[in-house]
Design a protein around this ligand. Sequence first.
Ligand SMILES: [Zn+2]
Length: 284
Amino acid sequence: MLETRYRYQYFKRCPFCGGTDFRPKGRKGTGVAFHPQVVACPGCGLLFVNPIADAESMREYYAGYGETNPRSVEISASVREYVAAAHERMGEPTDGRFLDVGAASGEIMEAFRDLGWAVDGVELSGAFVDFARRERGLETLQQAAIGEVDYPDASFDYVRFWHVIEHLREPVKALENIYRWLKPGGVLHMGMPNPVTPLGEVITLVTGRFGLGQDHTFGFPKATTARILTSLGFELEEHRIYANRRWKKGPKDRLHNALRRIWPSSVAYWQSAYARKPTSVERS
Ligand SMILES: [Zn+2]
């Protein structure tokens, strides 16, 4: 059953490779009425919901999304560490320019700005954008979806695109735009779920369920991510899947942490990629 207040469109072709023989992968869990059916493209490995909500329905859905009140204007030690590492990766530029797609409360933008970078950001949640502008003075943070903004070619040295792509209707187009917005030699740091784990595959085989995530539209197995990024011209610098440690102490959390120690890939639900736009683009 589909959530009927939204309108849906069916894919006739794989939105990455154009293949037409994609097949059911599994249905999302009980009670998930939004994007319930996941299909897989055997040509490129891409996973996607079919049907997908149309653009207007997605805007409606995300209008009230993420309206949590930001708590603190403090910048955490882990964010400082992340930004210092990025600064170093880029050769500690004095005129670096940073874009955060999915900037939340602007914590990372502020940490980059503290190192002398010019910063831009995109964030859907009005509560986050108000907070970032008011408390951090981040005037360049726009309340928008990535599909609604544009920047001049070769604007940025470093683009962070963290846990956004799995929610989009047109993820490949978003990556094409980011590639264009990056300066030659610029870096994209992208994070998203790793949708395929050995344990998850067994569960799907047995139950027919596939946990893509309630409002996730796309799933990118690691090899598919690599294929998409390189097809757009990126050079993959670092690409990994990983398991997070859980800090709660319930039985499932303890099992998760035990598996993480003895069989890490079984619970490696996360994926991170650093991809660089080449400094010189060879023309054929
Ligand atoms: Zn495909």
